[in-house]
Design a protein around this ligand. Structure first.
Ligand SMILES: Cc1ncc(COP(=O)(O)O)c(C=O)c1O
Length: 388
């Protein structure tokens, strides 16, 4: 496979500890599932990590005021969102932040959450572990795009529901929510006095030039009821470093969150903090090249998939994840079926819809082309079998 000059050498991950590549080690199945990218991390970030390791002592880290300032600047510059440095709570991972928001709701005597399917499984999966009910409604496919079905949401709300878990941009459908949509959602959350926990982990991976709008940036009410979770992990391909942050304008909420975090999930990885600082300080040129490359991958997939029989996709406005509609293939287990043709995608049923599979396109283009060839073989074989 060719080296791509943007991202350094084409690194063989099959011999590393990568969860994505280990699953299919020694099998002729291309790993296009869990959401990390095959690209080498930006040199400035690698250098910052190396420098920290070279210090030789890796004790507990202290606060990082420079990183706070960089995040404040980032929010202002990219989302027109004026935040205060003290609103930021460094958190060891976004999933942990989602669960802390759930725990706050339970502590308030509201042991249920609500979210829109299909969605990243951790917005659903941990509610039962915390003895919470999870209420779900579906995002609606409208022509080429998706929208939140707020009427469906309102129908299933009850006084037990204390927190709305939003995913914006929305994995796996790739939707970037508009001002109007977020305003309507925020209004509903106000009406039912819901905490909003917005998982914005993919917010710097917008492919079609739209602007990310954190729901908390809409107005003071939305800000006061929001926990916004962000991280450099997806954008800069450092998810193994367990570094994220919550932005919580409301001091009472922030204190509750911080106390629970201390008791339940502990500290942020110091290497993650150094990586984040380098990412926000030096990473923008790398990110812009990444977006260009991912957009190329995305457009290639759209074109190829939508000219194949029995499979289709809508535009992914953000993320490096394509949500492929395979309903016409009438398969009981689409993920398994594609595996038998050598493509390891994520099963749509994990996200709440078995008529789909999710393809991770955060990879070098030759690998993607090979995956698309295999997908084509698989769908043609199935259409042939169905028409016999
Ligand atoms: C929407 C979303 N939230 C959270 C995560 C995971 O975040 P973390 O590894 O920081 O817990 C992912 C990873 O794929 C994701 O897609």
């Amino acid at each position: 496979m060719k080296t791509d000059e943007l991202f350094g050498p084409d690194i063989d991950r099959s011999e590393s500890d990568s969860i994505k590549w280990k699953r299919y080690k020694e099998k002729d199945i291309l790993p296009m599932w869990v959401a990390d990218m095959d690209f080498q991390v930006a040199p400035e970030i690698l250098e910052a990590i190396k420098q920290r390791v070279d210090h030789g002592v890796l004790g507990y880290g202290s606060d990082n005021p420079e990183l706070r300032q960089l995040i404040v600047k980032h929010c202002q510059h990219h989302y027109d969102w004026a935040i205060e440095p003290e609103w930021i709570v460094f958190t060891p991972g976004v999933v942990k932040g989602l669960n802390l928001a759930r725990a706050i709701s339970v502590n308030k005597g509201r042991p249920a959450d609500i979210t829109a399917l299909p969605v990243y499984p951790h917005l659903v999966r941990h509610a039962p572990i915390l003895k919470m009910d999870n209420h779900q409604f579906y995002a609606k496919a409208n022509g080429d795009s998706w929208s939140l079905d707020l009427q469906a949401m309102e129908k299933i709300l009850n006084p037990e529901v204390g927190v709305m878990l939003l995913c914006n941009p929305h994995n796996p459908i790739g939707k970037v929510y508009s001002h109007k949509e977020l305003e309507a959602l925020a209004k509903l959350c106000k009406k039912y006095d819901l905490l909003i926990c917005s998982d914005d982990i993919h917010c710097d991976l917008i492919l079609n030039g739209k602007k990310h709008i954190p729901i908390a940036s809409l107005n003071d009410d939305a800000a006061q009821r929001s926990i916004t979770l962000m991280a450099p992990s997806k954008t800069f391909n450092v998810p193994g470093l367990d570094m994220a942050f919550a932005i919580i304008p409301n001091i009472k909420l922030r204190t509750q969150y911080s106390k629970l975090m201390d008791g339940l999930v502990g500290h942020v990885n110091i290497l993650g903090m150094h990586a984040a600082q380098a990412a926000f300080q030096y990473g923008e040129p790398w990110r812009l090249k990444l977006i260009e490359y991912l957009k190329g991958n995305h457009d290639l997939i759209m074109h190829r998939i939508n000219t194949m029989p029995g499979i289709s996709m809508r535009e992914a406005e953000a993320t490096y994840l394509a949500w492929l509609d395979v309903s016409k293939l009438q398969l009981d287990n689409p993920q398994r079926y594609f595996e038998t043709f050598g493509i390891g995608m994520s099963s749509g049923s994990e996200f709440g819809d078995n008529d789909y599979v999710r393809l991770n396109f955060g990879c070098q283009r030759p690998l993607l082309n090979e995956a698309l060839n295999r997908i084509e073989q698989a769908v043609v074989a199935r259409i042939d079998a169905l028409s016999e």
